[in-house]
Design a binder for this molecule. Structure first.
Ligand code: ATP
Length: 228
């Protein structure tokens, strides 16, 4: 579904990612791992069209989307729950979901919102609350929910578990499993390697903008060097 060929991206003259090749099959979950500053967020933001592509290609459904603006990538089925969540804090939960669904006819809204609420029932209790007043876990659910409102086929989630309580992390991971079972393709950035490896199908580890390791999650789990 998504194929990165020798992708390079960065900021001005600075290269954050140098030569990343990665294939995501439809309906699989891939974990993108690595230390701070390895280039994980830059990769997701480049796929979404928000960080400059400096080389290589991004193919989605077999087509090169590298020149398309972010909105067109969303229309094709790519959504992101970005680092820091970037919610509209002065809008309510329901309004944030509306913003996510704005590319679709208004008649889709109720059905798509209810799908998000089925995944995250807690958000249903907070529909009229301002996003800025939510707990960290609720904000994470809302960021994912807002992305889902675009009706994506590929969802990219940056730092799913960062700063969340274990119980909430469980909920978020359960939601990911549900989404994958429904056929969604997931690209997940995580600092919590153990959690990510427990759920992922494929793994790519970045180190200073280069691929340090790539393979199946099963192989990753059995590789002591990688764990270290
Ligand atoms: P983290 O977990 O800390 O977010 P990461 O693996 O997601 O790490 P990136 O955020 O993609 O890494 O950063 C990759 C490199 O790009 C780092 O050297 C970082 O300092 C640099 N960088 C990130 N954002 C910008 C920016 N807006 N302008 C310039 N350089 C940036």
């Amino acid at each position: 579904m998504l194929e990165l060929k020798n992708l390079a991206c960065g900021y001005g003259a600075f290269g954050a990612v140098h030569d990343l090749s990665l294939n995501l099959k439809a309906g699989t979950l891939t974990a993108l791992l690595g230390a701070n500053g390895a280039g994980k967020s830059s990769t997701l933001m480049c796929i979404a069209g928000h960080v400059a592509q400096q080389g290589g290609q991004i193919h989605f459904d077999g087509q090169d989307i590298g020149q398309l603006p972010p909105t067109e990538r969303v229309r094709r089925g790519i959504a992101i729950s970005p680092e820091g969540r970037r919610l509209f804090k002065d809008l309510t939960v329901e309004e944030n979901l509306r913003v996510g669904g704005v590319i679709h006819p208004a008649s889709y809204f109720a059905q798509d919102r209810d799908r998000v609420l089925a995944l995250f029932p807690r958000l249903g209790e907070r529909l009229d609350s301002l996003a800025g007043n939510l707990s960290g876990g609720e904000q994470q659910m809302l960021a994912i929910g807002r992305a889902l409102m675009t009706r994506p086929r590929l969802i990219m989630i940056d730092e799913l578990s960062l700063g969340l309580m274990p119980k909430v992390i469980d909920l978020c991971y359960q939601a990911l499993k549900t989404l994958r079972n429904e056929g969604m393709t997931v690209l997940l950035v995580e600092q919590n390697t153990e959690r990510a490896l427990a759920i992922a199908d494929g793994v790519c580890v970045l180190e200073s903008g280069d691929v340090a390791w790539q393979g199946s999650a099963a192989d990753a789990r059995n590789d002591p060097e990688l764990a270290a």
